[in-house]
Design a protein. Structure first.
Length: 177
């Protein structure tokens, strides 16, 4: 049995905020088994079936059918998440020195060379950025609230994504064992 994780980007439909339980119901409704939420921020673990691109389409179509709104959702298999978790995009010294948390922006696919170059040009001493595969790693030197990095600009370059801390990813991996 293989597991995948759905990362929902936006959980608002009109004035209503969707819960992870709502997301679980849709995931099960489109044919995936044993959908369970992880924390309350749009992370759902489920038993995968079908090809990767078909899984993404089924979940997105299910959300659109249920709520009448296209909602970005990003899926990763447990194997993909284990690979992401061991990526070391920044030196140990830089990570230890940073007051902010290491973040991962899950993207729909690898950004183009041009987009990668453009987004990395936004990096600064205060906000380290790295692109590895379909993920953008961000290490702010302070909290996100104090960062000067504009995520809207980042997403205008690389596309929408779902932002999670590396701590959330580590917690998910413990649940996936």
């Amino acid at each position: 049995m293989s597991l995948s994780v759905a990362f929902a980007r936006e959980m608002k439909v009109g004035m209503r905020t969707l819960t992870s339980a709502d997301l679980c119901k849709v995931i099960e409704k489109v044919g995936f088994a044993r959908a369970v939420p992880f924390r309350s921020s749009g992370n759902v673990i489920f038993v995968e079936n079908g090809k990767e691109d078909e899984r993404v389409k089924r979940v997105r179509d299910g959300l659109n059918a249920e709520y009448g709104k296209a909602m970005p959702v990003f899926l990763r298999t447990s194997k993909q998440l284990r690979k992401i978790a061991v990526v070391k995009p920044f030196s140990n010294e830089r990570v230890r020195a940073a007051r902010g948390k290491l973040h991962v922006l899950f993207l729909a696919g690898p950004p183009s060379k041009r987009a990668t170059s453009d987004v990395l040009a936004l990096a600064s001493e205060e906000d380290a950025l790295a692109v590895v595969g379909s993920e953008l790693f961000w290490l702010p030197n302070s909290s996100i609230a104090n960062s000067k990095l504009n995520l809207s600009v980042v997403e205008a370059i690389v596309g929408f994504g779902a932002l999670r801390t590396m701590g959330t990813l580590q917690g998910l991996l413990k649940k996936l064992k």
